[in-house]
Design a protein around this ligand. Structure first.
Ligand code: AHR
Length: 495
């Protein structure tokens, strides 16, 4: 089938904020213990940090990592995870119903992040704790010294403050599954007062307030507006989370799910503007899409509450090519909305619904979804361009017309490159795209990389990589050919 793509040098959406290439590590399953931290592993350093995993995270190009949860944070006492390890308590962790040893905590994560070359996005507990614990944590992490909590940090052997700039005011506080879930009114007031106190301790930090994550739950429909009404002056971003259930059988419908994500982003951005207008504000609130991914969602995710285990395997999904195509489409959606989405986190990073898997005591390897993320993080730098895309469509229940061609274009001025990210949603046909580069001179093809297999269910395992990027056959930048159900990165030289 045929499609067309028009790019005009003067039509720009926004600069890409590198924080959209973020990810997430929660104290859940083997994400921390056995994932990034495994003392005694042959590849671990003196702190127990697995250097083989860090190498893969660097290759992936992750910019910022959200920590320590997730559902975990809503019943977490940050004080349990600092100070001498021998004094740290073992707790019954209620979100996932496992034992938390607290061997790894805030200072370990900060040290690990520096080694992994990633920034920190720290979440505070607004489930079972509140403003006081949150402001103390900011003081512990960010104040230079001479106060109770900054000196406590120093007494724990950490002389320099961590200077964490980005903080989440709790996690999914509308979710009935959340420890200490709140009504919109209760959360809005708590978030406002917590924000006031956290910024009182460090006015340079930025704050993310929890947006609603339960769409159809009665009584929670006005969550975002209620929360923004109360917190507009104190926060900088509103959080959105969305997972797409990989158990869905219909391939065409699964690959259309990002149309729902686009709608969620646009309606949230519209609501932010509405509240801005309502209160005649100057500043904008942007979106932090701080959990997204494909996920084989079934019911049995938590412990049984009888056999309490430490770091058991949980949510260790094996991702297919089809999941990688959806992840590519999610990244396109985030890029296309880069005027409103400034932060985004692939949830999660290691072992738990993750692009990187590890074996206890053994190897680390890349899942299929590793590749589209790597491509976007590496080549999706610069300015997202406005595009006109004409593509045949298919009809999808509850969504409507879905274009077979999903794509976006990023102009990297420093490298004189235009990069086209494109998904062909067709399960049967290739797409030939007629490209019109208005205002760009001397367009040349640098490389066309594709992620493809005949089998949409193909996976990568510790022993074999069935889904890896390959060089595609395109030679003409004006006529790009996309294989059926494939993810593509086309790098073009421009002057
Ligand atoms: O990423 C797994 C879980 O999904 C997170 O803990 C929670 O925030 C979300 O519901």
């Amino acid at each position: 089938m045929k499609a067309s793509l028009i790019i005009d040098k003067d039509f720009k959406v926004a600069e890409v904020d590198k924080r959209i290439y973020g990810s997430f590590i929660e104290h859940l399953g083997r994400a921390v213990y056995g994932g990034i931290y495994e003392p005694g592993h042959p590849a671990a350093d003196k702190n127990g940090f697995r250097l083989d995993v860090i190498k893969l995270i660097k290759e992936l190009g992750v910019s910022i990592i959200r920590y320590p949860g997730g559902n975990f944070v809503s019943a977490y006492n940050w004080e349990d995870g600092v100070g001498p390890k021998e004094n740290r308590p073992v707790r019954m962790e209620l979100a996932w119903r496992d034992l938390e040893t607290n061997e790894f905590g805030t200072n370990e994560f900060a040290e690990w992040s520096a080694l992994a070359d990633t920034e920190i996005m720290m979440a505070v507990n607004l489930g079972t704790r509140g403003a006081d614990a949150a402001r103390n944590l900011v003081e512990y992490c960010n104040h230079s010294g001479g106060t109770y909590y900054s000196d406590l940090r120093k007494s724990h052997g950490v002389e320099q403050p961590h200077n964490i700039k980005l903080w989440c005011l709790g996690n999914e506080m509308d979710g009935p599954w959340q420890m200490g879930a709140k009504t919109a009114d209760d959360y809005a007031l708590l978030a406002r007062e917590t924000a006031k106190m956290m910024k009182g301790v460090d006015p340079t930090i930025e704050l993310i307030v929890c947006g609603g994550c339960v769409w159809d739950f009665p009584g929670l429909k006005n969550w975002d507006e209620t929360v923004l009404d109360q917190t507009y002056d104190y926060v900088d971003y509103i959080a959105k989370h969305q997972y797409f259930n990989s158990c869905m059988e219909d391939d065409a419908t699964f690959l259309a799910q990002t149309m729902r994500m686009d709608n969620l982003i646009k309606t949230t951005a519209a609501l932010c503007r509405f509240v801005k207008g309502k209160f005649r504000k100057q500043k904008d609130i942007h979106i932090s899409f701080d959990e997204w991914n494909a996920w084989y969602i079934d019911d049995e995710v938590e412990g049984d509450g009888i056999n309490w285990k430490t770091a058991p395997a949980r949510l260790e999904n094996e991702f297919t090519l089809r999941d990688a195509l959806l992840v590519g489409s999610i990244l396109i959606t985030l890029l296309k909305n880069s005027d409103t989405v400034k932060i985004a986190c692939l949830a999660q990073l290691v072992n738990v619904i993750a692009p990187i898997m590890t074996q206890d005591g053994g190897d680390a390897w890349k899942q299929t979804i590793f590749y589209p993320f790597l491509h976007a993080a590496k080549y999706g730098r610069g300015t997202v361009m406005g595009t006109v895309v004409n593509s045949p469509v298919y009809d999808c229940e509850n969504i409507g017309d879905v274009p077979y061609l999903d794509c976006t274009v990023v102009h990297n001025q420093e490298k004189d490159e235009l990069v086209v990210f494109a998904l062909n949603r067709s399960l049967d046909d290739e797409i030939i795209i007629d490209c019109n580069f208005r205002g760009f001179e001397g367009v040349t093809l640098i490389e066309h990389t594709e992620l493809y297999s005949d089998d949409l269910k193909a996976v990568n395992t510790i022993n074999a990589d069935a889904v890896v990027p390959q060089s595609a056959n395109s030679t003409d930048p004006a006529q790009i050919v996309l294989k059926k159900h494939s993810w593509n990165v086309i790098r073009l030289g421009v002057s």
